[in-house]
Design a binder for this molecule. Structure first.
Ligand code: T4K
Length: 372
């Protein structure tokens, strides 16, 4: 390729000139944060766009996850996936909760509902699944199990902005869903996050919690945190929302081309998108298996030599990290599918401004390496 570097992702930014009036308005109003006018507008606009009843905006997805667990007063053990970004489990430790890792389904790489029941103990109070890469976990089966055992379900939906299944937003599943609106995501507010909830009372509690626990000037309802989104980030979100459909369309075109060009490359596996899912093209993982002549890490390095900076999301597994690997549920023998995926995965660049010619060039490098 040429001397350019192509990263796994790159935020799509709207024209700067379109952001200036928002800045002017913030300067005029002198309201910089604390549920200002842009914050309120963005919450309303996102409810409409996503088809969800209530949304509480946050400064990032991690604080939103931590607050979601606090809002539902989760205690004891929480069943979760080891195949995710590290903050899924970190949010549990920050709440003094014990993660209980359960293996992923070998086809979807999402938490396998068939393995959940055997991990439930009297201390289990919740399930924290992830819609990994924006592809939905089996929400129906997870809800069935949660109902039988009286468990709460909080979805880490960091990757799942705008994803639908059977025409319905997957963000309405379970008790709460948490989005990341980070720069690397399908829809970003520079830094940002959100909790989606189903009733006004829960929304109120979450709003108190993200504002130190203040219910009014003198009443502190709970040990809250500062999780508020600023007006600058909210304004960015309002502007980005105008372009998000176009951004998702571009992502879907890119992933379709990858699928086509890599379909016959021996040793390269792809994740399927179920027919009933409207996906957002958040990531494009491939899995380098034993039929490929070089290892996943060798392919990762080969691409880097050409300026292509893929990422091994999610390697290493969370359960292999020092603060988790001593847990009984972190035993690799209990997590074979997650380990296999972590050893094989390589996420290829995908972002709206990635040229289709570059996708084709990346595929040529992968194809050529497959021929030894
Ligand atoms: N749950 C899950 C399942 C998640 O994946 C995440 C975050 C969260 C929860 C937590 O949400 P937040 O608290 O972040 O809102 C990145 C992101 O920082 C992280 O948001 C994301 N998941 C994770 C999967 O990826 P890194 O350390 O790989 O990012 P970084 O900085 O290396 O960026 C990757 C590439 O993107 C860079 O090589 C270049 C490009 N980039 C990045 C940034 C930040 C840009 O072009 N511009 C930018 O501003 O973690």
């Amino acid at each position: 390729m040429d001397n350019r570097k192509i990263y796994v992702t790159q935020p799509a930014l709207p024209p700067l000139a379109e952001f200036i009036p928002y800045l002017q308005e913030i300067w005029n109003s002198k309201t910089l944060t604390n549920n200002g006018p842009y914050h309120q507008q963005l919450e309303k606009a996102l409810c409409e766009y996503l088809g969800v009843p209530h949304i509480a905006l946050f400064c990032n997805g991690t604080i939103a996850l931590m607050t979601a667990l606090k809002a539902l007063r989760i205690q004891g053990e929480v069943i979760t996936t080891p195949y995710s970004f590290v903050c899924t489990s970190h949010s549990l430790l920050w709440n003094d909760l014990q993660p209980v890792f359960v293996d992923v389904d070998p086809v979807t790489l999402n938490l396998d509902p068939r393995r959940i029941e055997e991990a439930i103990t009297p201390q289990t109070s919740a399930i924290l699944p992830v819609h990994c890469y924006g592809l939905p976990v089996n929400t129906v089966e997870i809800q069935r199990i949660a109902d039988v055992y009286g468990l709460k379900v909080i979805y880490d939906a960091a990757h799942a902005f705008g994803v639908k299944q059977k025409g319905e937003s997957i963000l309405n599943a379970g008790d709460l869903s948490v989005l990341s609106l980070h720069a690397t995501k399908v829809f970003n507010t520079f830094e940002g996050g959100a909790i989606i909830c189903q009733d006004e009372k829960t929304k109120q509690r979450i709003d108190y919690l993200k504002n130190f626990g203040f219910a009014d000037e003198v009443t502190v309802m709970a040990p809250g945190i500062n999780g508020k989104m600023s007006e600058l980030n909210a304004a960015m979100g309002l502007l980005q929302l105008k372009y998000v459909d176009e951004a998702i369309e571009k992502r879907l075109r890119i992933q379709a081309l990858y699928r086509e060009l890599l379909a016959d490359v021996r040793g390269i596996e792809q994740l399927a998108v179920p027919d009933d899912v409207e996906w957002n093209g958040a990531y494009f993982p491939v899995f380098v298996n034993g039929h490929y002549p070089i290892s996943r890490d060798a392919l990762y390095a080969r691409l880097q030599e050409h300026g292509i900076h893929g990422r091994r999301y999610f390697f290493p597994l969370i359960s292999s990290m020092p603060m988790y690997r001593g847990l009984p549920s972190a035993n690799p023998r209990k997590l074979p599918n997650a380990h296999q995926a972590a050893e094989k995965v390589l996420c290829l660049p995908i972002f709206p401004d990635l040229a289709l010619e570059d996708v084709a060039k990346i595929c040529v490098i992968i194809d050529e390496a497959s021929r030894g």
